[in-house]
Every structure is written in structure tokens, then in C-alpha cells.
Design a protein around this ligand. Structure first.
Ligand SMILES: Cc1cc2nc3c(=O)[nH]c(=O)nc-3n(C[C@H](O)[C@H](O)[C@H](O)COP(=O)(O)OP(=O)(O)OC[C@H]3O[C@@H](n4cnc5c(N)ncnc54)[C@H](O)[C@@H]3O)c2cc1C
Length: 441
């Protein structure tokens, strides 16, 4: 148990008085804020980094997945995800796959993405607070949430708000509000990505080199992937892995950031030792890529079977087709379960093992759905979560966690918060009908 001190009570400045305060500024949070602002709400957003974009921008992750049904014939995800792709396309800052590829659809220049998110925030009149973290909630005399305590350049501050959207990834706002949080038994591991130039033409897969040198360089093994960025000779490498840590804990986060950078250097070193030119390190992430920490207790925990069977919900918040994708720790590698029944295991050093998790002759769903009720913390009516903290068991989370899905949870959360504001009621009208935001064409 950590020792605790009581700070003397002090007054804090009210930085803003708004209808909706969004904590966390990845696309998830920005899309929540923009959706609510476009409908007429006064919205503030707080983000600890110097720019919006979360894992895509701060952690350098550059792929968005398919916006189409499983067979690629019909678009099922549009809204702000499509709008941002269109904005990036105007500056040649995105490349699109044309082959219904399960591994990627849009390859983004994530630096350009950060500027598009700035522009979206400015155009819609959302009040931005960068270099600012949500550290607690405010309550009125009846104990009802009515704002966010922030820590930023000027010290502590307060943003008064009628509705709160938690898009912090780790569910920091929900935890501070007293939402019951839980963990999957095995957390998907974090990865420090990097951008490198002078990337060699390898004669055999990099995974094999890492596998052979893993013991010498103390590298935990896992699935390694990478890609050249659009119209660029910079290579994005996702090759590190720090298993067994919950990065919602400050000491684990600090340790993982330093260990991630050590592993990146080790990979450069082992490439040079294998006789290739040493890749030039061009950019480190300003935040380690975090796959999973804690989840909220909501009105409904999304089941793996819901996704794989394409279960329909009356309160759909998001649709998707991305496969179940679990970075396994027990056996180094990544397991994929596809909606059409296929199963693959990708090891660091061997060709993929393929099979079926169910009879492939059975019909496959066109897509799966994520319900709004999995975003609403049980026992709260003016707080909603969007992003990777949503209530989903391990397999369901393994599919739901990709950005094209979580972007939609942001839009749905913004729309649900606006609707509650407009009706002067609770978030939770999902009981009556769906709340999909503007996510489909
Ligand atoms: C290495 C790696 C590779 C991946 N590859 C892909 C991929 O190719 N394609 C894909 O779609 N998905 C991929 N994923 C998964 C996907 O990137 C994440 O699941 C997704 O981006 C999470 O989005 P989020 O909005 O929930 O959280 P995050 O992106 O983590 O955003 C949370 C935001 O909240 C901010 N924040 C944190 N705490 C606070 C606080 N207290 N107050 C205010 N703000 C706060 C953070 O700074 C951040 O901006 C990958 C993940 C990792 C780690």
C-alpha cells in the first residue's frame, strides 16, 4: 500500500464551463468532441501530449483497417474516419489498399493526421487544452459528476461540464469517478514503435534475426511488423514488446518507456551485427504504444462469440470486420481468428500456422457490432467511455481494439452525450433505440 499525504485544500481556477468535457485526444476523443460540437454542444477536450492523435500520432501506429463488409462489397464505416481519410488524401498523406487486405486499408502519414485533428477541433469550436491531463472528477453537493480536475502548465484547474466523456484509453476518468474497473487475465503487451531510415533489404525475415539474437540482446519474442510510410523512405517498425505490465500504473509506464527504447536500440545493433547497414533512428514515440490496460464495468460485457457470430444489437455504436488479434505471451506470436472461420498463428521465426476455429462451410457474418451499452459505466448517467477501456472480454477486445472501430465509439459517445444534454436526461437512452452517431453511409 502506497503511503498517502493529505494536501491542504486549495482553490483552483475554472478553466472552462461547458456542456461536455472530453478527456483524451486520440481520434476517439477528438471524434467524440467534434460530433457533439457539430450538433451544437459547447465542448472542451484535454490531452496531455502536445497534439491530438493518441496511439496513431504519439505512438506512431499508422494503419487503419477495412471500412467495408467482410467481402469488401459495401462500406459500413464512414463518418469522421472517412472524412479524415479524405482530408489526408488531399495532401497525399494516405495510401489505400485496393485488395480487401485484412492487415490494413489506409496507411497514414500520422504527422499530417495531427494537423488535420487540430483543424477539425478549430473548425468546430471545440475548446482545446493540450499539455493537460484529467486527474480527477468534480462533484456537486449531491455527489453527481459535474466536471473534471485537470493538471497542466498552470497547475491544477477545473473544467465544469454537465457530461463527461472518458477517452483516455486507460479509463482514468472512470477510475477517478469510482467506476468499477477490471482487467483481462492476460493483458496485450505494449510496444515502442520507431521510425527509421536506411532500412536494409533483408535476405531473410527480420523475425529470424531477432529470434537468433533474442537471448544475447534480452529481447522478448513476438510478432514483428513494419511498413514504409506513404511516399516516404521512412520505415515504421513495431518490433519491441514488454510483457506482463499494466501501464495504467505509473511505475510500470515509466519502466516500459525506458525498456522499449532499450529494445529498439538492441534491434538496430543486432541488424548491424548481422552485417547490414545500421538503420538510422529518425523518431521515437512520445508515448509507448499501449494495447490494453483496464476496462470498465458497463451494462454489457461484449463477448468474443458476439463478434465472431456477428450478433446484432439494438443500440449499435460501431461496426467492424477486423479479425480477433491477440498478441500471445505464453507462446510468442500473434493469433488471428477471422469471421469466415480461418485461424492463423504468426510466430516470430516460422511460417504462419493456419487452420479453422469453426467449420468454414458455415455462413460468415458480413460484419460485427459493438453496442453503446458496453461504453456506459454501470451506475453512472452523465459519464460515457470511448476507446480501448470499453467492456469487452479478451477475444472481443482483440478485434474491437483497432482504430476504425474505436473511432466510431468516440462518435457514438459524443452523439449519446449530446442527446442526453439535448433531452436533459441521462446517457442511456440506448434502452429505447440505437445511437450510432454518423458512422455509416
Ligand atoms: C504497437 C501497437 C500497434 C497497433 N497496431 C494497430 C494498427 O495497425 N491499426 C489499428 O487500428 N490499431 C492498432 N493498434 C491498436 C490501436 O492503436 C489502439 O487500440 C487504439 O489506438 C486505442 O485508442 P484509444 O483512443 O482508446 O486510446 P489511445 O490511443 O491510447 O488514446 C488515449 C489518449 O488519451 C490521452 N490520455 C491518457 N491519459 C489521460 C488523462 N488522464 N487525461 C487526459 N488525456 C489522457 C493520451 O495521451 C492519448 O492521447 C495498435 C496498438 C499498439 C500499441
Amino acid at each position: 500500500m502506497m503511503e498517502k499525504l493529505i494536501l491542504p485544500s486549495s482553490s483552483v481556477p475554472v478553466l472552462a464551463d461547458v456542456d461536455i468535457c472530453v478527456a483524451g485526444g486520440s481520434c476517439t476523443g477528438v471524434f467524440a468532441a467534434v460530433t457533439a460540437a457539430r450538433r451544437g454542444a459547447r465542448v472542451a477536450i484535454v490531452e496531455p501530449q502536445n497534439r491530438f492523435g493518441g496511439t496513431a500520432v504519439a505512438s506512431l501506429v499508422c494503419y487503419w483497417h477495412s471500412l467495408f463488409t467482410l467481402d469488401g462489397s459495401r462500406q459500413i464505416i464512414a463518418g469522421l474516419t472517412q472524412e479524415v481519410i479524405d482530408r489526408l488524401a488531399r495532401r497525399e498523406a494516405v495510401e489505400l489498399a485496393t485488395d480487401n487486405n485484412p492487415s490494413w486499408y489506409a496507411r497514414l502519414n500520422t504527422e499530417e493526421l495531427a494537423i488535420d485533428l487540430d483543424e477539425l477541433v478549430k473548425e468546430t469550436g471545440v475548446l482545446p487544452f493540450l499539455h493537460t491531463r484529467a486527474v480527477d472528477v468534480l462533484r456537486d453537493g449531491d455527489g453527481r459528476l459535474n466536471g473534471v480536475v485537470t493538471a497542466g502548465k498552470g497547475g491544477l484547474g477545473a473544467i465544469r461540464a454537465k457530461f463527461l466523456v472518458d477517452a483516455t484509453g486507460d479509463g482514468d476518468l472512470c477510475a477517478a469517478a469510482g467506476v468499477r474497473m477490471w482487467h483481462n487475465a492476460e493483458l496485450q503487451p505494449p510496444t515502442a514503435c520507431a521510425r527509421l531510415s536506411s532500412w536494409p533489404q533483408f535476405k531473410r525475415p527480420l523475425g529470424e534475426l531477432v529470434h537468433e539474437a533474442a537471448e544475447k540482446f534480452h529481447l522478448p519474442e513476438g510478432h514483428i511488423w513494419g511498413t514504409f510510410l506513404p511516399h516516404s523512405s521512412s520505415f515504421l517498425l513495431a518490433g519491441t514488446k514488454i510483457p506482463g505490465l499494466d501501464l495504467s500504473k505509473p511505475a510500470a509506464l515509466t519502466g516500459a518507456e525506458i525498456e522499449g527504447r532499450r529494445q529498439l536500440r538492441a534491434i538496430q545493433d543486432l541488424i548491424a551485427e548481422a552485417g547490414y547497414t545500421r538503420p538510422v533512428l529518425e523518431a521515437l514515440p512520445s508515448l509507448i504504444g499501449i494495447r490494453e490496460t483496464r476496462h470498465i464495468h458497463s451494462h454489457y460485457r461484449l463477448k468474443t462469440d458476439d463478434l465472431l457470430s456477428g450478433r446484432r444489437f439494438p443500440d449499435t455504436a460501431a461496426r467492424g470486420t477486423y479479425r480477433v488479434d491477440i498478441h500471445s505471451q505464453e507462446r510468442a506470436g500473434t493469433r488471428f481468428l477471422y469471421l469466415d472461420g480461418r485461424e492463423e498463428f504468426h510466430s516470430p521465426d516460422r511460417p504462419p500456422e493456419t487452420g479453422y476455429w469453426r467449420d468454414p462451410a458455415l455462413p460468415a457474418p458480413e460484419y460485427y457490432e459493438i453496442p453503446l451499452r458496453s461504453l456506459i459505466p454501470a451506475g453512472f448517467d452523465n459519464l460515457i467511455a470511448a476507446g480501448r477501456m470499453i467492456d469487452a472480454e479478451a477475444g472481443a477486445f482483440g478485434a474491437a481494439r483497432v482504430m476504425v472501430n474505436l473511432n466510431q465509439t468516440g462518435e457514438a459517445a459524443g452523439a449519446a452525450a449530446f442527446r442526453a444534454l439535448d433531452e436533459n436526461g441521462p446517457i442511456g437512452s440506448w434502452r429505447e433505440e440505437g445511437e450510432r452517431g454518423e458512422t455509416t453511409k
